[in-house]
Design a binder for this molecule. Structure first.
Ligand code: PLP
Length: 213
């Protein structure tokens, strides 16, 4: 068994209501299995096709929970709804409606988070804050999803101070909407995310090393 030390620095977080999502995109199934054996339950993938090949190999790990964190195309929704427990990256009203409809057809009730852009960022999808607020009364009536929080990714190049402020804005908006979860913070900024009130930190390279592709 490999050293448990890579998880030990996060061991106290769950008592604080903070969950560690191990982002396993670009990592082989064998790496996921060994981290699972060390005690990690929640894993994040950003591409359906890549994830499906791993699910096949790992289907004996019954406790494992899969989180979808990537851009979700309309034609991949059914596959994601069938195999993932949580979707962090719901970035439009249209997508939210589609997830709810397909979840109904598949007898599922996924946990979902809305991805929000707190700064202008042409490289990323996501709701503008105003857009989310405007759609809110409609979104909360979607029958087959459980809305649990907001997710955000700071724009590339934002400095530390700006990133901290952005994380706080995410926490404040989640509180305003009475949502428990904020999925924010990656390998480089997870400590600041926790300080601002993250409940899910999404860590890839700090756990697995550099990605294989
Ligand atoms: C890849 C990825 C991560 C993990 O990034 P690291 O810098 O390796 O920790 C977290 N969140 C999302 C949405 C990602 O795509």
């Amino acid at each position: 068994m490999s050293s448990p030390s890579r998880l030990s620095q996060f061991a106290g977080l769950s008592q604080l209501g903070i969950h560690l999502l191990a982002v396993s995109k670009g990592q082989p199934a064998s790496e996921i299995r060994s981290l699972f054996i060390e005690g990690q339950i929640d894993f994040g993938e950003s591409r359906l096709q890549e994830a499906l090949t791993k699910f096949d190999v790992l289907n004996d790990l019954q406790e494992i929970r899969w989180h979808f964190i990537g851009r979700l195309q309309a034609n991949k929704v059914r596959g994601v709804v069938k195999s993932f427990d949580v979707i962090h990256s719901v970035d439009s009203i249209k997508l939210a409606k589609r997830i709810s409809r397909i979840a109904g057809e598949e007898n599922k009730m996924p946990l979902i988070m809305f991805q929000v852009k707190f700064r202008k960022d042409d490289k990323k999808t996501g709701f503008e804050v105003d857009e989310l607020l405007e759609a809110w009364t409609k979104l909360i009536t979607l029958p087959n999803v459980r809305i649990c929080g907001l997710m955000t990714i700071p724009p590339a190049g934002l400095d530390r101070h700006g990133t901290k402020n952005l994380f706080k804005e995410c926490r404040n908006l989640a509180d305003q909407l009475s949502l428990q979860d904020c999925s924010m913070g990656m390998s480089r900024d997870w400590e600041d995310a926790i300080e601002a009130g993250a409940t899910w930190i999404r860590l890839g390279s700090i756990l697995f090393g550099e990605r294989h592709k």
